[in-house]
Design a binder for this molecule. Structure first.
Ligand code: GRF
Length: 196
């Protein structure tokens, strides 16, 4: 049975698209069966609809009840955060312990934490004059951007970079790393290797 993935996205959904495309080609291992957003106008929702995937929106102030019901209704195995800007309620983290993944556009634990998203991350990397940045995929727990890391890839910061050029280079790597990290975790789960 393929793992049933829910992707939560608040924005444009380029990682969502990369994940849909990746598992389209692979068939059996996993498939995206639900895309949910806290924003009804998120372009990610139209990307999902175009791929004939069920979509849902839930209110931003949800205490977890609504999201949890949605995940259960769709019999979700793994929750994949892809540009999802809200904190995941504790009840959902508890119910899906070890089964929620996030991608961050820097090398965690650096340049992570509350409020570090979008171009702010790349601005901070440039301000720190870091020579390297990268992509981190991690399991989500109650500690913001601090859950166990499952994949990490270094991306160079080049002379003359601005936040936009850096973001574009990092995003290209996200699109390669994230679908494969999701695939790896789905395969580990299938073999019974679950992180509690
Ligand atoms: C990505 O850079 C991701 O690392 C971060 O939010 C961005 C989402 O982009 N968490 P997209 O919506 O997948 O295009």
């Amino acid at each position: 049975m393929p793992s049933r993935l829910a992707v939560l996205a608040s924005g444009r959904g380029s990682n969502l698209q990369a994940i849909i495309d990746h598992f389209d080609g692979l068939g059996q291992l996993a498939r995206v069966v639900l895309v949910a957003s806290n924003r009804a106008d998120a372009p990610a929702l139209s990307k999902a609809a175009k791929a004939s995937i069920s979509t849902a929106t839930f209110i931003a102030a949800d205490d977890g009840t609504q999201l949890l019901a949605l995940l259960r209704e769709h019999r979700i195995d793994l929750v994949v955060l892809a540009g999802y800007l809200k904190r995941i309620p504790s009840s959902v983290i508890a119910a899906f312990a070890g089964r929620i993944l996030n991608v961050h556009p820097a090398l965690l634990p650096d340049f992570g934490g509350e409020g570090m998203y979008g171009s702010r991350v790349h601005e901070a990397v440039l301000a720190a004059k870091a020579e390297q940045t990268g992509v981190t995929v991690h399991l989500v727990d109650d500690d913001y951007d601090r859950g166990p890391i499952v994949a990490r890839w270094i991306v160079p910061v080049l002379p003359g970079d601005d936040p936009a050029s850096l973001a574009a280079r990092v995003l290209e790597v996200e699109h390669i790393v994230y679908p494969r990290a999701v695939e790896m975790v789905a395969a580990l789960h299938e073999h019974g290797f679950v992180v509690p």
